[in-house]
Design a binder for this molecule. Structure first.
Ligand SMILES: NC(=O)c1ccc[n+]([C@@H]2O[C@H](COP(=O)([O-])OP(=O)(O)OC[C@H]3O[C@@H](n4cnc5c(N)ncnc54)[C@H](O)[C@@H]3O)[C@@H](O)[C@H]2O)c1
Length: 254
């Protein structure tokens, strides 16, 4: 009973590729009733959902833009037309690539605003739009936010992103006190640098810093992160809320 996601309908934002795709696939394999991948990347999102359907899983793709409030609400409307409830939400979508390597003096205001709009405001709006469906869960609604351990150790030359992920940690704590009364848990996972498409551009020194600084001297892979996310979505995690859990091979502790 505690080991899988049987009977749960789970939304994974940013599930078209990278970590989100790994979460969507893991939810399907752990017997979720349905998985909805929501992303701005239509081709990749449809492809990921199609691949999983071919394996016999009930996986759907829905388009939305987390930077656009109307698009978020339209997505919530589409979801409500197809499903009478949802049981889990993985807030994974974020601008997580192509923005590193600039000092706090070099980052431009437009990029700063875009990162905050998508990574912070967008997560708030997705939660706001989807909690009515989560409140209908008979199993107990679950929200898992993707933070980042960069916000725990203070990674340099990435201030907008690090600030956005620090905000996710604070929002997770604060929201747990607001939505607990609906039986919804909310937690954040803070991964270390994980090998996906988005981290290919990261300079080798940054990868080496992590590998050398971990008690396990190896690279982190998406499979290292899926277990804790699936656990937090399931029945066995009903008394965990407001927590920020680093999943980073021990690079930094919380
Ligand atoms: N990979 C890592 O090393 C790492 C480490 C710590 C935290 N994270 C976090 O994990 C999550 C996934 O990151 P990833 O590494 O797989 O990167 P990624 O860029 O592959 O994934 C992000 C996903 O979000 C989607 N997205 C971006 N902007 C969007 C928008 N406006 N509307 C809808 N969808 C949008 C992208 O299309 C993509 O599918 C992010 O929240 C990231 O900050 C990643």
């Amino acid at each position: 009973m505690f080991m899988n996601l049987e009977g749960r309908i789970i939304v994974v934002t940013g599930g078209a590729r990278g970590l989100g795709r790994a979460f969507a696939e893991a939810c399907a394999r752990e017997k979720a009733q349905s998985v909805i991948i929501a992303d701005i990347l239509d081709d990749a999102g449809a492809q990921t959902a199609g691949d999983l359907r071919l394996q016999g899983f009930d996986v759907h793709f829905m388009h939305y833009d987390q930077g656009d409030p109307e698009s978020i609400n339209a997505f919530a409307g589409m979801l409500a037309q197809k499903f009478d409830r949802i049981d889990g939400l993985v807030n994974n979508a974020a601008i997580a690539t192509g923005i590193g390597g600039k000092t706090y003096e070099e980052i431009d205001i437009d990029t700063w605003d875009l990162v905050m709009r998508v990574n912070v405001r967008g997560v708030w709006l997705v939660i706001k739009a989807l909690t009515p469906l989560l409140r209908k869960s008979a199993l107990g609604g679950r929200i898992v936010n993707l933070a980042s351990d960069t916000a725990l150790w203070g990674a340099p030359r990435l201030l907008h992103y690090v600030g956005s992920k620090g905000a996710i940690m604070s929002m997770t704590r604060s929201l747990s006190r607001e939505i607990g009364e609906y039986g919804i848990t909310i937690n954040a996972i803070a991964p270390g640098i994980t090998i996906v498409e988005a981290t290919e551009y990261v300079p080798q020194e940054r990868h080496d810093l992590y590998v050398n600084g971990r008690p396990f001297h190896r690279r982190q892979m998406p499979d290292d992160v899926v277990g804790p996310v699936v656990h937090l979505l399931g029945s066995g995690a009903g008394f965990i809320t407001g927590q920020v859990i680093p999943v980073n091979g021990g690079f930094v502790f919380n």
